[in-house]
Write a protein that binds this ligand. Structure first.
Ligand code: FRU
Length: 496
């Protein structure tokens, strides 16, 4: 379908986009998630403009309303009272102005004295053959939190500083001591950078310098979607670098999302780490918000560029992850804890433990909206490995496996027999501990594993058959003790 709208006004383009996604909405489409935020139909990628505003949570996202593939980017919009139950709102931004002709790319939202204001990148393709683009930064305001007006002052930042590469996008804005600050992703001599700007009024911006950059290591050529904030007594920079090369079990996705912990001194971020935030196949372009309870909450795009997406055959692609609360651990790492509101999804809870598992113990036969809460007591166990098989077909033809190897101190999520889709396994080292707690969320075509209160998180998409709903716990080379094991059947947040 053609998305070029010639002389239509922004209001008309937004209305047309909204009508199209509503007309194509099909909550029964194959693989569609039941308790995650997604576009009503069509394509979505990065979370944008996450904000707690006037007592409600707003989540915007990169969205192509006219098809299930990436196209000229719009901003979709959802709203929630509790970060769990979402309602779709009309499309917020459509591209087509002289400065955002080919897309309203990723960005953020702020509360400017009661006005919900979006800050986003205008994307302009100058020469598609030679891949020449121009990217600039823009703002759009809303009186009612639903309809957005692009500012006459756009673009509020016309171009990147002299000498930089052409990629210049994904502004994240916050307010500190009465001043607006912006971090934005950039590249110089093929090294990823994050630039820092400041402003008194969101319309005139002053460049303050490079906040952080790839110092010449394996840290990527372009840092997309930066986010910068204080956490505990440290500062944290999140970024989604393109071009990080695989190193053993690390950096195996097409692009990675990383965190850096450090100190913020005179506009410079002095960092000591560069670490993957999530170890699954499908986690990218994360963004955070600070909510009314003082929590720093992160939501990522639960997919990966270039990965096959079997849901596209059914008219949609892309989902957000569950919201996770970021916590700085004593070792200076970041844990992502499932937010406490997720218990609102529980419909029916069945305690199954305590268990003493020798080989295999069945724990579930039906249902694919499930949370498993399980504890494994390693001190009382003599197994060399143990784990959970889930989304298993009755005939054995499909399964997804989470396996803890106690000899290697690793955990692996293996989706090579998960059904349709790209397959592959991800492995990550885990600390030795007396117990291992697992919270596993399954939502039809997604898996989110939180280990030991979010110290290690693995997020992946899988595409099993609707009937592949078996779940078992297994032990190898001995037995494993499970002091507790509870299966929660979860409810859908979307009406069918
Ligand atoms: C990250 C990203 C952003 C860009 C957007 C375009 O996934 O590439 O850098 O703004 O997606 O949709």
């Amino acid at each position: 379908m053609n998305q070029v709208h010639g002389n239509k006004s922004h209001r008309e383009r937004v209305t047309q986009a909204t009508k199209t996604v509503q007309a194509n909405q099909n909550e029964r489409a194959a693989y569609r998630l039941r308790y995650h935020l997604m576009a009503p139909s069509g394509w979505m990628n990065d979370p944008n403009g996450l904000i707690y505003f006037n007592g409600q949570y707003h989540a915007f996202y990169q969205h192509y309303p006219y098809g299930e593939t990436w196209g000229p980017m719009h901003w979709g919009h959802g709203i929630s009272d509790d970060l769990i139950h979402w309602h779709h709102l009309p499309v917020a931004l459509a591209p087509g102005e002289a400065y955002d002709r080919d897309g309203c790319f990723s960005g953020s939202a702020v509360d400017d004295q009661g006005t919900l204001t979006l800050i986003y990148t205008g994307h302009n393709v100058i020469d598609p053959e030679k891949d020449v683009i121009v990217q600039n930064q823009n703002i759009a305001r809303s009186r009612d939190g639903i309809h957005f007006y692009k500012a006459n002052a756009n673009p509020v930042i016309h171009q990147q500083p002299a000498g930089m590469g052409q990629d210049f996008r994904d502004p994240k804005v916050w307010r500190e001591n009465g001043v607006w600050f912006m971090v934005v992703g950039a590249t110089k001599h093929d090294q990823g950078q994050v630039l820092l700007y400041e402003s008194a009024n969101l319309e005139e911006w002053t460049y303050r310098g490079v906040l952080a950059q790839n110092d010449g290591g394996n840290e990527g050529y372009m840092w997309e979607c930066p986010d910068f904030f204080k956490l505990g007594d440290k500062y944290v920079l999140l970024a989604s670098p393109q071009g990080v090369e695989p190193e053993g079990d690390r950096y195996l996705n097409h692009h990675q999302t990383v965190y850096m912990v450090g100190d913020y001194v005179n506009g410079q971020f002095i960092r000591s780490s560069f670490t993957e935030l999530d170890y699954g196949h499908d986690f990218y372009a994360v963004q955070t918000l600070l909510d009314g309870k003082g929590r720093r909450i992160a939501i990522g795009w639960m997919d990966m560029w270039e990965s096959p997406k079997p849901s596209q055959k059914h008219g949609w692609a892309g989902a957000m992850t569950l919201p996770r609360e970021l916590v700085l651990t004593e070792e200076g790492k970041i844990a992502m804890k499932p937010i406490e509101e997720l218990t609102l999804l529980r419909q029916q809870s069945t305690p199954i433990g305590p268990l003493h598992v020798k080989h295999v113990h069945p724990i579930l036969s039906s249902g694919n909206l499930v949370e498993l809460e399980a504890q494994f007591a390693l001190v009382d166990s003599d197994a060399s490995a143990f784990g959970i098989r889930f989304c298993c077909a009755a005939d054995g033809s499909e399964e997804t496996v989470l396996r803890f190897d106690l000899l290697k101190h690793t955990v692996t999520l293996d989706r090579s027999r998960s059904g349709e889709g790209p397959g592959g396994a991800r492995t990550v080292s885990i600390k030795s501990a007396a117990t291992i707690d697992v919270r596993l969320f399954i939502d039809r075509s997604s898996v989110e594993v939180f280990i030991n209160d979010g110290e290690t998180v693995i997020t992946s998409r899988i595409y099993p058959q609707e009937t592949s709903t078996g779940m078992t716990v297994f032990a190898e080379g001995g037995s494993i003790v499970m002091p507790t094991c509870t299966v929660h059947k979860l409810k859908s947040i979307w009406s069918e």
